[in-house]
Design a protein around this ligand. Structure first.
Ligand code: CUA
Length: 385
């Protein structure tokens, strides 16, 4: 092989390798779902382990490919003579059995240590416990210690161990916050546990990572990491009634429409005392009803909308939460996410006599946006990861 030919093979090979590498990184080491921008000890450990194995593999790759290229060139056919036959060479056989075994043993040590470190849960008494339930296609978050329930936005304090009890109500989903922790399956009738901890306040992206139906790619969530004080504030907010509405206002009209058309599936008042257990009960009833009649059940499990006006996004992390996107969603969820049970089951989409006018849709959206704790202090978010 000539030098020119070698170049023709070698450079495209390296380029495609680098191309695939950077594509896999999402074009940037700090993009929202990048695991290279670790923001917590669990993600950091996994990243370190990945890089260790990666660079080891790079060394092996260049040694093996180098040896192949070198041998192909050096021992290329020069005449008609049969080359020396080395089949069954004990030295070589030993070498390529022992060397990979050593490499695998080297990789096994930090891997097994990492598994132990991340699979042993921290002390429950000193941790925040969150139950996360996967639904087609949104995430429910329950705080059993605090008796708070919310959806699609997980609030946690910085630098605190959080144990997430992970389950699914319907099919298998997967819970993944790339910058904070690894992913784990959300399985029906089986609880998985994930330890997470975030180093810095900010907003992080979560994503379902297991194909779970038509809207799988659109099943996202946000993790809002607060300072300790802001987290206390958030917990108090979740127990505070919303801003009172003026009778006859657009928001108040929206409230009536919401009660009449939406509140069978969406709870909007879990700030009340004892609301937590009632909501769990109600979600179970909704679920059982849907299971009994998947085509026509009048109620289905649905995201809790308490203090919805404070949510950053709608449709499970898909669009910014504002009047325009929210009205568009209520008008027809398919505008933003296809396949929702809301679209399939709610009478406002299926019974002609219950269709809403665009004015009524706007009123409901305005009502939902008004659902904020009645207080002057607003939590401010400092960065956007
Ligand atoms: Cu849920 Cu994919």
């Amino acid at each position: 092989m000539t030098k020119k030919k070698l170049k023709q093979i070698f450079f495209p090979l390296i380029n495609s390798f680098l191309f695939i590498f950077f594509i896999s990184c999402g074009f940037g080491f700090d993009s929202p779902l990048s695991t290279f921008d670790a923001q917590g000890p669990v993600a950091q450990l996994q990243k370190d382990l990945f890089l260790f194995v990666f660079w080891l593999a790079v060394i092996v790759f260049f040694l093996v490919e180098g040896a192949i290229l070198y041998a192909s060139y050096k021992y290329r056919q020069k005449d008609e003579k049969l080359p020396a036959q080395i089949h069954g060479n004990t030295k070589l056989e030993l070498m390529w059995t022992v060397l990979p075994s050593i490499i695998i043993a080297i990789i096994a040590v930090p891997t097994v240590m990492g598994i132990w470190k991340t699979q042993v849960m921290p002390d429950e008494d000193n941790s925040l416990i969150v139950d996360s339930i996967g639904h087609q296609w949104w995430f429910e978050f329950r705080y059993p210690q605090e008796e708070i329930v919310t959806a699609n936005e997980l609030h946690i304090p910085e630098n605190k161990d959080v144990i997430v009890n992970i389950e699914s109500q319907d099919v298998i989903h997967s819970f993944w916050i790339p910058k904070i922790a690894g992913k784990i399956d959300m399985v029906p009738n089986h609880q998985n546990k994930l330890w997470i901890k975030a180093d810095n306040p900010g907003i992080y992206y979560g994503q379902c990572a297991e194909f779970c139906g038509i809207a799988h790619a659109l099943m996202k969530f946000r993790v809002i990491v607060h300072t300790k004080e802001d987290f206390e504030k958030w917990k108090n907010d979740m127990r505070t009634p919303p801003v009172a509405l003026n009778p006859g206002s657009e928001e108040d009209e929206g409230r009536k429409l919401f009660i009449g058309n939406c509140s069978m599936c969406h709870t909007h008042d879990s700030y009340k005392k004892a609301a937590y257990h009632k909501e769990i009960q109600n979600q179970n009833i909704r679920w059982e009803e849907w299971k009994k009649d998947k085509e026509y059940s009048a109620i289905v499990s649905a995201p809790n909308l308490t203090h919805f006006g404070d949510r950053l996004t709608i449709g499970a992390g898909l669009k910014e939460n504002n009047l325009e996107t929210l009205s568009s969603w209520i008008e027809n969820p398919d505008n933003i996410k296809i396949g929702t049970r809301m679209k399939n089951h709610a009478a406002i989409y299926n019974s002609e006599d219950q269709f809403l006018t665009s004015n009524e849709i706007d009123q409901i959206a305005k009502y939902l946006l008004s659902l904020k704790p009645d207080k002057v202090n607003v939590i401010t978010y400092t960065n956007n990861n």
